[in-house]
Write a protein of this length. Structure first.
Length: 117
């Protein structure tokens, strides 16, 4: 089980350990991939290049992205994920990474619960 919070702006987040540091990561239900990390972390991880993919963003915008495979600690176990890297500091957790979880967001209480189903 993973506990998180919902910001006053309604953004659901959990803490993730990446490259020896703890980061706040956004649970992005509009992102159907596994994980997006800041570009600055790529060289700190053992990410293996897989190839390119086309992603469709808001308003139908299409972009080409490099995809990497990464063994990643999540919820007390190591999982193999497909990861993209982007400029900026945000970490996004997509719905593919959460496919074995039940996600509960309580905006009123500002809590988030991820429970392995």
């Amino acid at each position: 089980m993973i506990l998180g919070t919902v910001s006053a702006d309604g953004v659901p987040t959990i803490n993730l350990d990446v490259a020896g540091q703890t980061f706040s990561a956004i649970v992005d239900t509009g992102f159907n991939g596994d994980l997006e990390l800041p570009l600055e972390l790529r060289d700190l991880l053992n990410a293996r290049y897989v190839g390119k993919l086309t992603s469709v963003l808001a308003a139908g915008q299409r972009i080409q992205e490099d995809v990497y495979r990464l063994d990643f600690p999540f919820d007390g176990r190591e999982v193999t994920v497909n990861v993209t890297f982007a400029a900026g500091s945000e970490i996004l957790i997509g719905t593919r990474l959460l496919k074995q979880y039940q996600l509960e967001i309580n905006s009123k209480m500002r809590t988030l619960l991820l429970d392995r189903a």
